[in-house]
Write a protein that binds this ligand. Structure first.
Ligand SMILES: Nc1ncnc2c1ncn2[C@@H]1O[C@H](COP(=O)(O)OP(=O)(O)OP(=O)(O)O)[C@@H](O)[C@H]1O
Ligand SMILES: O=C(O)C1=C[C@@H](O)[C@@H](O)[C@H](O)C1
Length: 272
């Protein structure tokens, strides 16, 4: 069985006050899961996720797993939530276990903490991997506050040659940002998703993104900034042609950029 899901962008990082929001973009991850004579897990985090599920549900089969992903890892593009959710969703499906979506998300959130790829459980990131579109969540109670389909827009991502792992954020003290995040929360509640995206990324700035952000804004982007902790930088474009012309400009200047777009698809079985 092959499970397909996608990456996404941060709208509100939940490290500060537990509230999180994210938005799904076309960056597919294909996770192939087969019952097998022996366990074949490419990474310790994948082994941990499957073992977590086995202990919880008395699943005794062995699995061979292979991931083919276009979500760059450790970039703030929701790769770990796509990985954890696709394994859990896929193992339930392969075993014909009919588990309600909110229960799947809760288990994936607990597994994300257990496999050390998440700090809060990242129900925001898991929810967009599950449903697509935009999701706003309370990560401290594993609850979706709202979710909605998102209008088509075009994205450019600038990738950097370093990773920033979420788990490394676990000891960072964000308490000084509580007032600021109170305001960002109001922005999200009032529907100002893209404004929150830009202002949220600012907290994780190391000052190096100013050049590319201004380049994106100066070549047609309507918003640009860091995707949460990053380091990936996003630009949002109203039309495909404005995105294409900015993309041409950025590549000619040597930026490492890829194209994407918002999506509303969610997780599904790509091949039985
Ligand atoms: N294609 C993949 N194959 C196997 N494991 C993956 C894959 N993509 C991500 N992972 C797992 O996710 C980890 C990276 O997750 P992390 O949460 O640190 O980054 P991220 O998902 O890019 O960040 P963010 O949560 O800010 O979007 C990797 O170390 C790996 O364990
Ligand atoms: O692992 C986590 O708890 C999180 C990781 C980031 O993606 C954040 O954007 C998210 O809100 C929470």
């Amino acid at each position: 069985m092959i499970i397909k899901t996608n990456g996404g962008l941060s709208v509100l990082s939940a490290f500060v006050n537990g509230y999180g929001a994210a938005i799904s973009i076309d960056l597919p991850m294909y996770t192939e899961i087969k019952k097998s004579g022996e366990d074949i897990f490419p990474t310790p985090e994948m082994a941990d996720t499957v073992n977590f599920l086995r202990n919880r549900f008395s699943i005794h089969d062995k699995y061979s797993i292979n991931i083919n992903s276009q979500i760059p890892m450790g970039m703030g593009l929701k790769s770990s939530s796509a990985m954890t959710l696709s394994l859990i969703y896929g193992i339930f499906k392969i075993n014909h276990m009919d588990i309600a979506p909110q229960e799947v998300l809760k288990i994936a959130s607990e597994a994300s903490i257990h496999n050390k790829t998440s700090v809060t459980g990242a129900i925001d990131d898991l929810s967009i991997a599950y449903y697509g579109g935009f999701c706003f969540t309370d990560n401290s109670s594993n609850r979706i506050i709202s979710k909605q389909q998102i209008e088509e827009k075009y994205i450019i991502l600038e990738l950097q040659d370093r990773m920033a792992l979420t788990y490394d954020m676990r000891n960072r003290d964000f308490s000084g940002y509580k007032n600021y995040y109170g305001r960002l929360l109001e922005l999200v509640k009032d529907g100002h998703i893209f404004e929150s995206m830009m202002l949220n990324g600012y907290i994780f700035s190391d000052g190096t993104e100013t050049g590319i952000v201004k380049k994106m804004l100066g070549t047609g982007a309507i918003y640009a900034g860091r995707s949460g902790k990053g380091p990936a930088i996003f630009g949002i474009y109203e039309t495909e042609s404005s995105m294409e012309s900015s993309f041409k400009q950025l590549t000619s200047e040597g930026y490492n950029v890829i194209r994407s777009r918002f999506n509303n698809y969610g997780i599904n079985i790509y091949e039985q």
